[in-house]
Design a protein around this ligand. Sequence first.
Ligand SMILES: Cc1cc2nc3c(=O)[nH]c(=O)nc-3n(C[C@H](O)[C@H](O)[C@H](O)COP(=O)(O)O)c2cc1C
Ligand code: SF4
Length: 689
Amino acid sequence: MRDKRYDVLFEPMAIGPVTAKNRFYQVPHCNGGGYRDPSAAAAMRGVKAEGGWGVIFTEQTEMHHTSEITPFIELRLWEDQDIPGLRRMSERMKSHGGLAGIQLAYSGVNGPNLYTKEVPLAVSAQPIRTFTNDPVQARALDKSDIRDLRRWFVNAANRSKRAGFDLICLYGAHGFGIFQHFLSRATNHRTDEYGGSLENRSRFVREVIADIRDAVGDTMGITLRVSLDESIGDLGFSNAEVRDFVEMNRDLPDLWDLAQGTWEACSGPSRFKEEAAQEALVQGIHDLTDKPIVGVGRFTSPDVMARMVRSGTLDFIGCARPSIADPFLPKKIEEGRIEDIRECIGCNICITGDMTMSISRCTQNPTFMEEWRKGWHPERMNAKGDSGKVLVVGAGPAGLEATRALADRGYDVALAEAGRVLGGRVARERLLPGLAAWGRVVDYRAYQISQKPNVESYFDSALDATSILEFGFENVCIATGASWRRDGVSRQHVVPFATDPGMPLFTPDDLMDGGAPAGHVVIYDDDHYYMGGVMAELLVQKGCTVTLVTPAAYVSEWTLNTLEQHEIHRRLARMGVTIVLNRGVTAIAGDHVETNCMFSDTRSPIGCDAVLLVSSRLENNGVYTALKARAADWADAGIKSVKLIGDANAPGPIAWATYAGHRYARELDMPDIGDALPFRREITALAAD
Ligand SMILES: Cc1cc2nc3c(=O)[nH]c(=O)nc-3n(C[C@H](O)[C@H](O)[C@H](O)COP(=O)(O)O)c2cc1C
Ligand code: SF4
């Protein structure tokens, strides 16, 4: 039963001519699949419909071929041929009474047009502003281009209607989308009636909304997504100007969709942003308009959501990541199952699917983007197979997810953990600076497991091959994790290199175990994800002087894909960490490290008192190897299968581990598919030759 406190979240509300059944609003988010994987993306939205979202949006949809953001894989609505794929998506979105929305994007100065080879058109002539600094410049729209662009928006709106959508979102936030480019003085240098005053800079969006309203406004709601604060210096579209803009155009769209300035700030990771971090920026805007407002802020707590609506700050609770981590969030609140919510941990792994043009993953929800490819459902497991019992060895993220999902399938599971707490690496890493929210990976699974009568957990149970054979479980899943290497082997050094035993050497595991280097510590980061930067913060907190040396061109380079890199660098620099880029470490002497330039190999020493090696990790697969060596004894012991999963198999980010655990649980007792592809995919249909 739903708690009365949350009733306000389930009140219907009109958005122009259409009505949302509740206040749960899945704001646009990409998924790395887009036009390449249309059925996978449609099925993912369909699961959200089932999970109770009142409004479900696509990701940004390129609405005209003269503006596209290759290599990123989003949706396209360039011509009628694109309609059937999008219709499939809108049908899935509407399958449980939700509204289907499409976000139309004309990227202007953000679209390098690498695929269509068209000359980019922007509000003013400028170099293209992309993640990759493409060596391309945009031409300024002239008056006839503006007329064309208005017509293209109307064409796209008509196609959206034919594709079955109820809502159109005009994209002008995150620095992306031509509407923001008109509004911001950083990208609008025009001297005609579209530039200069705020009134003039608002002209284009007013015209487009009027055009679209004439075309489809009787049946479709029109929303406008604008940045709450562009935060790019004096010329940026500031929060004060946003307020003036809304007041000046009170009733312009059917709904205001307000999202913080840059994408990095809007999708800020939990390392740097709390839940509801945009509250101050959006507070009070409601007084300036009669139209409803949706806002975002990694909302996972129903109390915070209800407060947002009751206080009149927001009308709709916008969620991207929380809806990825738990597509059934609204339904769980409605059914009074708050403790079952799988809360987003704010790690931004979901964004890496888009940034790497692969397909998205989610640390908390391993079924994300596998709904169609593998037929995985976030709340339902496949039927149980023939065997009855499973022993899971290791209660890290892989072992915990395997246990939870196996128990859901109906297996009797024994979970054996060598230590005294659940969580493995996550139990340790959640104590590091900024990573507390990552503990939700453990908390969600520990609670779910505690509710299952068919799971027994054993602590202080470091099992060896002999005891596993004696137990005689039918299936054994080894998830014993990994440990940081002490020899510096990673990418620069593929074999161990010279180290003087006189220099105190540490690994991240040592620090997590309470090890305390003192004085000047050199961190040699050849891992390139978050750990090097987090360790630097930890050491500064402990009073050390820190120099971080990395062969990469960026500190914590891979976090460019999680949108964290700039904030990490800024934070470390402000903390006084000396950051040495493009240099490796060739040797560790008794009182210094010898560094080398990655391009010229020029050597130079850095004196220090201790070295922290953030290199790579070694699989803890000893039990598995010993069991394999005794494979001849398995049948007598009643063992049908032994499988190695997660970091113990091949170390990776936590999302890789939860995926491995989930996959193990799904595939146990399933028929061997031999050499067949283990997922469905779509192949571009060949046109006539
Ligand atoms: C994986 C991912 C992809 C996104 N893609 C888009 C997009 O295509 N269009 C858009 O307007 N915002 C996009 N966003 C931003 C979200 O809509 C949202 O504003 C932001 O993530 C903050 O909301 P949250 O805290 O609920 O995640 C994306 C966010 C994520 C996490
Ligand atoms: S990948 Fe991380 S940030 Fe993204 S939805 Fe999942 S838990 Fe949240």
